[in-house]
Design a protein around this ligand. Sequence first.
Ligand code: PAF
Length: 282
Amino acid sequence: MKIFTTIPDLKSYVSTQKAENKTIGFVPTMGALHQGHLSLIKKAKQKNDIVIVSIFVNPTQFDNTEDLKKYPKTLENDTKLLESVSCNVLFSPSVKEMYSNNISSEKFDFDGLEHQMEGKFRDGHFNGVGTIVKTLFEIVTPNKAYFGQKDFQQLQIVKKMVEKHHLNVKIKGCDIFREDDGLAMSSRNTRLSKEHRNAAPFIYKTLKKVRKKFGTENATKVTEWVEKQFKKHPLLDLEYFTIADEKSLETIKNKESSKKYRAFIAVFAGNIRLIDNIQLKN
Ligand code: PAF
């Protein structure tokens, strides 16, 4: 596997590959890689000649400096994992390489997607994500880029950015990868205490019950039921639960048979914030 840390080195590699008509699949990450990331890389390997993975903990998408400081950094282990799935290139630039001396975000208009859910609770988060993903796309110039559906709002926002900025890249959303007990894989899971780790599968268990209930009950009733379940829970604090239209990400009022809906949740397990979602049948 080739490892690049500077933009010119990566660009020069990419242009050599493109001159040979090789297609490029790209998986942007913040490292602390787990099986969920590896599944994205395996998908990318099947459909592209070359797979490039970036590892960059992007400071502009953190609204909480403590969260940024404590974000797990495991570059040595990540490198081994990438080699184990025959990743072709790792791009792991420094903050200085990506932002020079101006660590700030561009302001984006994602047609309102950015004001829902995570946007309400993580100030400036999606401007930070938009800024870094756009910059990475400009450097890597991938044919296809792969994102997990655990961050479903991020996935929709990246698709919107590609559409609005006429970027020449296909965005592929991939299924959520889960631990055996149902907890959605996340780099943050490693920071959970034993107690909170044991409690966390309750999130997906609740989402599965939501999917059942949504068949017969309306969204408001289901939401009230979820809020009650978490009020009773001794270890998990609900930040939000909402049932939203997959396209607009707006909380639904009435079910329409032509639309697709998803339930979204954010929960604090101690001071670790976990998110998850599930597609619903209406
Ligand atoms: O999902 C992530 O890990 C990050 O938000 C991303 C897409 C790599 C941008 O920093």
